[in-house]
Design a protein around this ligand. Sequence first.
Ligand SMILES: [Zn+2]
Length: 354
Amino acid sequence: MKLLFLGLDGASAQIMFERDLPNTRHLLEQSTYRACMAEEEYPYTGPSWTSIYTGMSAEEHGVTDLWGRNIDGSESYDTLRDPVIWEMLNHAGLTTGAIHMPMTTCSRQVDGYMVSGFPNELNHSGPIAELMPLLQARDISDLIRLTPRDRVLDNTWYRNYSLERTIDILKKMVEWKIQAVRILVSTHPVDCLFVQYSLLDRIGHLLNQYLRVRDGEGWSYAPLLELYDWLDGKLEDLLDVGEDYDLLVITSDHGWPAEAGDPYTYDGKLFGAWHSHDGVLIVRDMAGTGRVPEGERIEECFNRDVCPQVLELMGFDYDELRNAAEPRPIETPRGTRLDEAQTIEERLRALGYL
Ligand SMILES: [Zn+2]
C-alpha cells in the first residue's frame, strides 16, 4: 500500500498540537505538520472535506451546505462535477478504498471500493457487504444520515441515551471500525486507503445537544478533551491497518475550540462551543525517502491545499490529473426511505444495544 489517508473530522490543530497527547506527540516528531484551515466563510464539514478532496475552494466546487446536501444552491457529492482525489489517483493507475469519508454518498464508482460516508442513506452490496455489520457502525453519523433533508436534527437520541453511554458507543464504533479496516485491507488490498473517524466532531456537537436537553445545566467541556486522550491511546491501532504504506496523511476539515467557557445562545439555540477553523495536516514519510522533514511544524495551509500536496508527494502533478481524471458523479434517485425510527433501531440492534 502506498498511501494511508486518515480523516479525523473536527480534529483541532490547537488540541492535537498543544495538548499533552503522548502518542500524537511522538507521531508529530516524525512528521511535518501544520494547521489546515477551513475557509473563513465555510468552517463546515461539507465544503471543507470537498475542498480537501478536490483541491478547490468552496466557491470553485460549489459545495457550500454544512453537510454537503444538494440544497440551497449547494452542490453535493452526487452532483459534483470536479474530480476528487481518489478519482485522480485511479486515473494515475492506483486503486483506492474509501471508508466513511464524509460527504461520499451516494457512492461513486472507483477503481477499488467505497463505503460511503454521511449524510445520505445507502445500500451496499458486493464484496464488502459481508463487513457491513461492522462498517455500519458509523461513528454516530447515522444520526445525520438518517435525518430527512427537510428536517433539522431532533433530540431523540439524546433523550434516550446518557452522555456516558453515547461516548461508550462512539468508542465501540472506533474499535469495530479498526477491525473492519484490517479485514478489508487483507481481503481487498488497494494502493491508497482513505478512512475517516468522526468521533471528535461528534462529541463536540453531542455536548451541545445534551446541553440543550438539560437547558444548560451541568455544562462540562471535559468529555471532549477526554475523547482526544482516549483516541491518542488508540493512535497506534488506527495507524496499524495490517499492511505497510509509504505515506501517511492525517487531516481534518475544521477544528473545535480547545476551551469553552460559559454556554451561549446563538440564533435561539444554546451552544457550549462550535467549529473552529483550525483543522490539521500531518504528513509522515513512512518509506524514508527524506522528502518530508521530521518534527517540523510549518506554516498553516488551507483545506484546498491538501489534495495537490498529497499528489505531489506521491509523485503526481495535480493540475495534470485534475484535467485528465473523469469525475463519476451518480445522480441516483433517492431510495425508498425506511421508517426513521425503525432504521435507527436496526442499526442499534446490529450494535447489540437493543
Ligand atoms: Zn466536520
